[in-house]
Design a protein around this ligand. Structure first.
Ligand code: GDP
Ligand code: IMO
Ligand code: MG
Length: 424
């Protein structure tokens, strides 16, 4: 039977999902993205060439692979078009192998405007969103005021639904001369793009079902990470979609039986962009060192990422919720030059040791990490492709992680490039 895989992030995003999806896409016929939007930034490095994708599945880099964007994704039709143009510039032919769900909701210019206004209104409690309009687009979807790809092909319905936005969003638009608030212009521009989307719009759920019947192998690509999940993450400092396993089912209209092996991507330390609790954050020289060596700057916004040690409590939460079968550990090489490496094995809350992520954000904000210190390896792992070749202390670090989490290890990434990988 064909092997399917579901790949998702186990931390706060930017775990290196792009690299892992690209790598495993080699074994798949189809790659399907299930949630999020252009808030994602997935990096793939092949040789000296670096690609960053926001909406298009990372599998597109492999010639001939079929790629789908599911109904769970909020799709910015203008941003998506820009990404298509980038593919052309990179010499990647996507014709006839990239499809979008007719049921995907659109992120329109006014969503970005609202995102910015909401963030401003939140003042000191702002979430640090990517300002890509993600939250407001999901709000419209759930409120049933969204505009979907299929609406592009029915101009009268599109106009009616767009005009209704004027009524419901008056408080955001009134007095604004921001071009993003210009609904009439948005309508005109959408009509121009309609033929392009007509050529790519399909029922993704049905296509994936048919592919399964033909024994095709499918890779399901997640965005963001478990701790950013709108239900199970550090709410309200989260994104607006289900980044966890359920998001794959509803975001593509697939059966749980189709998920296959669930691969959790885990960075060898922790990073987070934007606001919100981060128990193992390092606001010291080690934090700076991780940022500098790991080049921890957002692939979408360029913002510096907050850095800290590995957090096994948060990871245990991610592995339980997603039913992770095996983990792909990335950026091991970034830890090459540390004398000692701490791993958070529990939290301390009001003098008590706890081993689960508290659901009350006020509690999560004051927990103190309990660390176990491991010796570093002080030697280069960059580019190593065999587990046996790793320094003993690096093996100990990895074994400590997998034994504590009770999961298999499937991949160790020792550099950004496709080749810099250990298949375990
Ligand atoms: P994603 O959002 O999960 O796809 O991750 P990002 O692309 O936002 O961030 C991961 C960054 O780490 C990218 O710049 C990758 O090129 C880079 N990267 C991935 N794996 C490794 C690795 O093993 N070592 C190093 N040094 N960089 C890596
Ligand atoms: P990938 O797929 C890291 C964060 C934002 C912010 C919060 C809400 O590359 O891992 P949003 O714009 O979604 O409303 O912002 O979520 N965030 C990410 N952080 N990686 C991402 O995606 C992210 N997508 C959103 O920084 O804190
Ligand atoms: Mg990213």
């Amino acid at each position: 039977m064909a092997k399917n895989r579901t790949i998702l992030g186990c931390q706060w995003g930017d775990e290196g999902k792009g690299k892992i999806v690209d790598l495993l896409a080699a074994d798949a016929d189809i790659i399907a993205r299930f949630q999020g939007g252009a808030n994602a930034g997935h990096t793939i490095v092949v040789g000296d060439k670096k690609y960053v994708l926001h909406l298009i599945p990372a599998g597109i880099i492999h010639p001939g692979k079929i790629c789908y964007v599911g109904n769970g994704v909020v799709l910015d039709p203008f941003g998506f078009k820009e990404e298509l143009d980038l593919l052309t510039e990179w010499g990647i032919d996507y014709q006839g192998r990239l499809f979008v769900s007719a049921a995907a909701n659109l992120v329109l210019p006014y969503h970005k405007l609202i995102d910015a206004v909401d963030e401003k209104n939140r003042g000191t409690s702002s979430l640090g969103t990517t300002k890509r309009g993600i939250g407001p687009a999901y709000v419209d979807k759930v409120a049933r005021n969204g505009i979907r790809i299929a609406d592009l092909f029915a101009p009268e319905r599109l106009l009616k639904r767009l005009q209704y936005q004027k009524n419901i969003k008056n408080s955001y638009f009134s007095g604004s001369d921001d071009p993003r608030a210009d609904i009439d212009r948005t309508y005109e521009e959408l009509l121009k793009l309609a033929p392009l989307y007509k050529s790519m719009a399909v029922d993704v759920s049905l296509e994936l079902y048919k592919a399964g019947q033909q024994n095709k192998s499918i890779l399901f690509e997640g965005a963001q990470g478990t701790l950013l999940d709108v239900d199970l993450g550090t709410y309200p400092f989260a994104t607006s979609s289900n980044t966890t396993i359920g998001g794959a089912l509803t975001g593509l209209g697939i059966s749980p039986k189709a998920l296959g092996e669930i691969v959790g991507v885990v960075k060898a330390y922790t990073t987070r962009v934007g606001t919100g609790p981060f128990p193992t954050e390092l606001i010291d020289d080690n934090g700076e060192k991780l940022r500098a060596i790991g080049d921890e700057y957002g692939a979408t916004t360029g913002r510096p990422r907050r850095c800290g040690w590995l957090d096994l409590v948060a990871l245990k939460h991610a592995i339980r919720i997603n039913g992770v079968d095996s983990i792909a550990i990335t950026k091991l090489d970034v830890l090459d030059n540390f004398e000692e490496i701490d791993i958070c094995i529990a939290y301390e809350l009001d003098g008590e040791k706890i081993s689960e992520v508290p659901l009350d954000l006020a509690q999560l904000s004051i927990v103190r990490p309990v660390y176990q210190t491991l010796s570093g390896w002080n030697s280069e792992t960059t580019g190593i492709t065999k587990f046996d070749k790793l320094p003993e202390n690096a093996k100990k670090y990895l074994n400590f992680m997998t034994e504590s989490l009770n999961v298999n290890l499937c991949i160790v990434s020792t550099g950004a490039k496709r080749k810099e990988t250990i298949l375990v």
